[in-house]
Write a protein that binds this ligand. Structure first.
Ligand SMILES: Cc1ncc(COP(=O)(O)O)c(C=O)c1O
Length: 298
């Protein structure tokens, strides 16, 4: 059985205010976003019918838009309600949610002042069951030849489509070499993040994570910092040099898709997933699957 392509599925996509049949949710080839990467998006996850950190994702989408000089024509609350409507229309309980805003086809040039800002929300099944023993083996990461750009070179605080071209190139290189993903250093040569997730290291019972000054301060990253602190684990946000990776005992990635994923290798450096990885993996799963104050799509 082959997996259906993303343009050819049953279901509905919320498209500029209304639910449209999935296959009709298309845009023109002369859309500004396609040519100039004028798009911002979110990746979210629904567990047991509830979207984890729904409001934070809505707010980040609007903030990303503002950074790219795009005013999204819906409030965060309207977008959040639309996410729940889309999940319900597609009967998704455990799934992924993709909200995206992009410039349309009214102008075709670098300046795009009068382009319409379009918004769509799609969702698809993405069950979240993993075997902790499997995950605890850790994944292997390549060290990318690409660097995360400086904040005055690219809109590094935004979840902007254009920033992902270095991620795709890094991940392709990594996969060709047999790795699961890639770690990127930043423009100064400091450890930054993976292609779609933040990174943490553990040593002597403490966590160390790069200061998010040129990459996304992930919602999962912030959640895991709170979980670690609740366990009495000290979290140190600081500059991390690549050679310091030789001294860390454990390493893991955090992200909406990655959740908490232990890492066994980054280039020449090796780690042994242990108690800290295990505890935070378990605490994170307990939190996301048992969210008490989240709004369900009912
Ligand atoms: C490049 C990058 N860094 C970090 C993250 C983690 O962010 P979050 O935890 O908000 O999903 C993501 C995923 O959105 C990402 O794409």
């Amino acid at each position: 059985m082959t997996t259906p392509t993303f343009d050819n599925r049953d279901g509905f996509i919320w498209f500029n205010g209304e639910l449209k049949p999935w296959r009709d949710s298309t845009l023109h080839v002369l859309s500004h976003a396609l040519h100039y990467a004028s798009a911002v998006f979110e990746g979210e996850r629904s567990y047991n019918g509830k979207v984890f950190k729904l409001a934070e994702h809505g707010e980040r989408l609007i903030k990303s838009g503002k950074i790219l000089d795009m005013t999204i024509p819906y409030s965060a609350a309207e977008l959040d309600a639309a996410v729940l409507e889309t999940l319900k229309a597609n009967n998704i309980v455990d799934g992924y949610v993709r909200r995206i805003a992009w410039r349309g086809s009214e102008m075709m040039g670098v300046a795009a002042q009068t382009t319409k800002i379009n918004v769509a929300i799609a969702t698809w099944q993405w069950p979240s069951y993993f075997k902790p023993e499997e995950r605890l083996k850790g994944i292997r990461l390549d060290l990318s030849k690409w660097a995360r750009p400086a904040p005055n070179t690219a809109p590094t605080d935004a979840k902007a489509a254009g920033l992902y071209m270095i991620c795709t190139m890094s991940k392709h290189d990594a996969e060709r070499k047999g790795y699961a993903d890639a770690m990127l250093l930043d423009y100064r040569g400091h450890v930054a993040e993976a292609t779609g997730a933040n990174v943490f290291f553990a040593k002597d019972g403490k966590l160390h994570t790069p200061t998010p000054d040129c990459f996304l301060n992930g919602i999962t990253r912030r959640t895991v910092i709170d979980l670690a602190k609740a366990r009495g684990i000290e979290v140190i946000e600081r500059t991390i040099l690549p050679e310091e990776m030789a001294d860390f005992e454990e390493c893991f990635l955090t992200g909406t898709a990655a959740e908490v994923t232990p890492v066994s290798e980054i280039g020449q450096y090796t780690f042994t997933p242990g108690q800290i990885c295990k505890t935070l993996m378990e605490d994170y799963m307990a939190l996301v699957t048992g969210q008490k104050d989240a709004v369900a799509a009912e």
